[in-house]
Design a protein around this ligand. Structure first.
Ligand code: ZN
Length: 187
């Protein structure tokens, strides 16, 4: 079968996240997709090490178009930005995409619609789900305060304070450090 074209990248098929749309009646259809760590490990450079997510998908089929809405809840495991240990982050968000059926894929205006060839009998949600989970990761991926790996934190703190000390010594020994002192005195 045809693979869905997503932003010009031909994707490998992941059978688990495919909705058969051929013969699907006009109207709303509900699907439930569990997503685990193996889903994310298929992607190169994925920040997500493990996952226990549930995607409730509602697909509304019209004539010549489809709308897909997903509610995603559960947990993902990533590396903590602070202590580098694994940290579980809760996820709870919704996302959607609009699909337009068109013979000519160059109709694709980029952001509003995904263009699908009407001859394609299936919709692969793999990239859609992956992209939105990644987009919904928090900027700060850290344990709650006090929950970081203290051993690792101590090691990292040791490295940081050594680096800071080096910086101070460099400043004192450099001519610019001396000049800075001069100006400080003037003011
Ligand atoms: Zn941590």
């Amino acid at each position: 079968m045809h693979a869905l074209k997503w932003r010009g990248i031909e994707m490998a098929e992941n059978k688990d996240f495919i909705i058969q749309i051929k013969g699907l009646q006009i109207g709303k259809h509900e699907y439930d997709f569990p997503i685990d760590g193996s889903f994310f490990r298929e992607f190169e450079n994925s920040q997500i090490l493990d996952a226990d997510l549930d995607a409730e998908v509602v697909l509304e089929k019209g004539s010549g178009w489809m709308n897909v809405e997903a509610d995603i809840t559960g947990y993902v495991t990533v590396e903590c930005d602070r202590c580098l240990d694994d940290v579980e982050l809760p996820m709870d968000f919704s996302c959607s995409m609009a699909v337009k059926f068109a013979k000519d894929l160059s109709d694709d205006d980029g952001d509003e619609f995904i263009i699908m060839d009407p001859a394609d009998g299936e919709l692969d949600l793999t990239q859609f789900l992956y992209d939105y989970v990644c987009l919904n990761l928090p900027l700060q991926k850290v344990h709650q305060d006090g929950k970081c790996n203290s051993e690792m934190m101590a090691k990292l703190a040791g490295v940081n304070s050594a680096a800071e000390k080096d910086d101070d010594e460099v400043a004192q020994n450099s001519p610019f450090g001396a000049l800075k002192g001069l100006f400080d005195n003037k003011n």
